[in-house]
Write a protein of this length. Structure first.
Length: 730
């Protein structure tokens, strides 16, 4: 882009433009769920018996009876047609991140030369998307039978534009999961089973345990015209070059500052869209970095929350364009300012109450609280490497390990109050327990914690997995990721810990121990066992890295190697014993993870090389020629010693530019060679490692020189919008 064009683009971007804002006349409570086939609509559009069966499926996890499929499909169709809908699609979450859909019309021939709208139960329940191009890690090679999508009746169908969207799982003909939803649902079932069994020690009436997820989505907004002038942002989601803006986040003035009007309009608009789709948006604010914002709904059941997050991300991207913005979900779009994450607030809750909450009414409730905290930590400890793998990606790697939440080591923060409580329980003596065992009024001597204290625990921002009052906050999740990846690993690990906990308690009970003391004994053992994962200090410090290694926590930082944790013996055992995934599925998914990693770095390296060679170098050479001309002219008109003095600065600059230039040219060539060499590697794992070790480092090395040039080359010539232009919406 010639410089004049850059200035025009920047100029246009900074001109305030009127945008069309969706302004509903109703209140949010009135349009909430307008485009969702929820229970209210089911009640209206389904026969009474069918409605009752659907409620049983949604509320109690009863299996869906295919006999009612036609009636459900008919009701859905009538509701959708009333709202002007003409098409339907199975909506699923392939392993590429993002979502996939293929639209079909309701219309069919009526046999009399006309058309009729039809939607049969069998189409609602199952479809075969022509999806041979979705990654399957070798499970479903293209010449084999295709995979199919199957309706998930626990996540309601909804309408986008003229299309009825049907949330589905996506599996191969042989039953292996090709998506995130299928294993997520299995993991939720596993936690439910294991946690219900443990809850029944405390509350015999508990029938079900629900996993909740409340996500907080961070994102950047960039003016659309500036965005389109940055090929790196367009193609990779991040800027591969760009010198720090003189002012970025050092003043902390963006965080909780007032929201610019254009952005506020955008936020209002996405919230309306979200509320209409049943996503309970609640919070919006500025984030730490300039142009960075956050949005958080009220927490929901985990499967639904994941769907809602996927949906929200696509709404954000779509609506942003209407407002002249691009919504950037990449974890690290700009160097030198904070990246974006997606905190996953996770909790367990029975059909009668919350499990990670400390009401402190009875000793047994306190013991329940301690049990669930400790067993969650045990899950995180036993599988800390896997949990890191579950949140790792080529894009999130830029965020992990940098001094912004979270570090590349998984540990858990509990806060002073809960830490003291665990210490107290650990130190209680066997005599105390035995003395009270068997009595109806127990005196377990577990101090209760006032709710207010828990809510005010010192909020450690440097911990990747922090207890925050009534939930754990998994902060290491990337902003672009599907939450399901992290959630299904965590759920399965917790299910395993709880299953194992119950087995050990039952053994003691069988030996004649009273239930309460049996629980307490196992909990005390586990409090000792989990110590290495419990860390309340500063997760960013260098000392922590050393300490964590001593504690035996996973400290690997190379993304392709982190993925190895998916194939560790204890990971496979965990997923198989909890019936969430098989070894074969895990292997196939890892192939995809490595392949995706490679592709991301490959694309970055290609775009970066192109930008260097045909955007940066030509402009730099041109500027250098101007300087050389100038030096020649000075020489012509001035005597030697004067010339030396006047031209010193320019001569130095000419030399400096040459050095940067030759470094860039030489290393772009080397990077291309490294890429070619890596491309010849057969194994996906080895290829990803080669990209990580031998290709990716060039991006940073070369960038340094490009950014230095940006500082010295005439601003009028510089071809790409700069950080100071990209990062400040006016
Ligand atoms: P902060 O930014 O201080 O972490 P926010 O209010 O932005 O807090 O977000 C908190 C998130 O946690 C919200 O999505 C909220 O619904 C969710 N949340 C609150 N309580 C629970 C809970 N018991 N289980 C799961 N999520 C919860
Ligand atoms: Mg948070």
């Amino acid at each position: 882009m010639a410089s004049k064009l850059r200035f025009k683009v920047v100029d246009d971007a900074f001109k305030k433009r009127p945008v069309e804002v969706k302004t509903p006349v109703e209140r949010p409570s009135e349009y909430f769920g307008k485009f969702v086939f929820d229970k209210q609509k089911m009640f209206k559009y389904l026969p009474a018996k069918v409605y009752a069966k659907m409620c049983d499926v949604i509320d109690n996890g009863a299996p869906f009876d295919r006999k009612i499929a036609d009636a459900v499909a008919e009701g859905m169709k009538r509701w959708a047609i009333d709202l002007g809908v003409t098409h339907y699609t199975h909506w699923f979450q392939p392993l590429t991140e993002g979502t996939a859909e293929k639209h079909d019309g309701f219309v069919e021939h009526d046999g009399k030369g006309g058309m009729v709208e039809e939607f049969e139960g069998k189409i609602l329940v199952q479809q075969e998307p022509d999806a041979s191009s979705f990654p399957s890690g070798g499970i479903r090679s293209t010449f084999e039978a295709r995979g199919y999508s199957a309706w998930d009746p626990t996540s309601p169908v909804f309408i986008i534009g003229d299309t009825l969207m049907i949330p589905t799982i996506f599996i191969s003909y042989t039953g292996e999961a090709l998506d995130y939803k299928a294993p997520l649902k299995k993991s939720l079932y596993a936690v439910d089973k294991a946690a219900t069994a443990v809850s029944q020690y405390f509350y015999p009436d508990v029938k079900k345990v629900i996993t909740n997820l409340g996500w907080e989505q961070e994102y950047f907004l960039v003016d659309e015209s500036l965005y389109t002038a940055r090929p790196d942002l367009v193609m990779t989601g991040r800027t591969l070059m760009g010198h720090d803006s003189a002012k970025n986040q050092q003043m902390d003035d963006h965080y909780f500052g007032s929201i610019p009007e254009r952005v506020e309009n955008f936020m209002r608009d996405i919230e309306i869209h979200a509320l209409e789709l049943g996503i309970p948006c609640k919070t919006r604010h500025n984030e730490v970095a300039p142009n960075q914002f956050e949005l958080a709904p009220i927490y929901e059941e985990c499967n639904l929350a994941v769907d809602h997050n996927m949906l929200m991300m696509s709404i954000m991207k779509r609506v942003a364009r209407k407002h002249g913005f691009r919504c950037i979900l990449h974890e690290k779009p700009f160097k030198g300012v904070n990246g974006s994450g997606k905190h996953n607030n996770w909790s367990l809750c029975t059909d009668t109450g919350v499990l990670l909450h400390a009401p402190g009414k009875t000793q047994m409730e306190n013991l329940r609280f301690v049990t669930f905290i400790v067993e969650t930590l045990k899950a995180v400890y036993d599988h800390n490497g896997l949990l890191k793998a579950a949140i790792s990606s080529a894009t999130n790697a830029h965020r992990l390990g940098a001094n912004e939440a979270p570090p590349a080591i998984i540990s858990s923060f509990l806060g002073r109050t809960v830490s003291d409580l665990l210490e107290h329980v650990e130190k209680s003596s066997d005599d105390d327990i035995l003395a009270v065992a068997g009595k109806t009024t127990m005196q377990l001597d577990i101090p209760s914690i006032p709710e207010i204290l828990i809510d005010n625990t010192d909020r450690n921002r440097t911990s990747p997995f922090a207890f925050t009052g009534n939930r754990f906050e998994f902060r290491a999740v990337g902003s672009e990721a599907n939450c399901a990846s992290a959630m299904l690993a965590l759920n399965t690990a917790v299910a395993e810990a709880l299953t194992n906990f119950k087995e050990r308690v039952d053994v003691l009970i069988e030996k004649g121990e009273a239930k309460e003391s049996a629980i307490l004994k196992v909990v005390r053992d586990d409090i000792k066992y989990i110590k290495p994962i419990h860390f309340d200090g500063n997760g960013y410090s260098e000392e922590w890295k050393e300490e964590a290694a001593k504690r035996g926590l996973d400290c690997e930082t190379s993304c392709p190697l982190i993925y190895d944790r998916y194939l560790d013996e204890n990971t496979i055992k965990m997923f198989e014993s909890q019936k969430v995934m098989t070894k074969f599925e895990l292997q196939a998914r890892n192939e995809i993870k490595w392949e995706t990693y490679t592709k991301k770095i490959q694309i970055e390296a290609r775009i970066f090389g192109d930008l260097c060679m045909n955007h940066i170098i030509p402009v730099v050479t041109k500027y250098q020629s101007t300087l050389i001309d100038n030096v020649h002219k000075i020489k012509e008109i001035f005597p030697e010693e004067k010339y030396q003095k006047i031209s010193a600065n320019n001569l130095h600059l000419i030399e400096q530019i040459s050095e940067h230039e030759s470094f860039i040219v030489e290393n772009v060539e080397k990077m291309v060679e490294a890429r070619k060499k890596a491309n010849r590697i057969e194994s996906e794992r080895e290829k990803a490692i080669a990209y990580h070790d031998n290709v990716a480092p060039y991006l940073e090395k070369i960038r340094y020189h490009v950014d230095k040039l940006e500082e010295v080359v005439d601003d009028e010539l510089w071809p790409l919008p700069k950080y100071r232009e990209l990062l400040f919406i006016r």
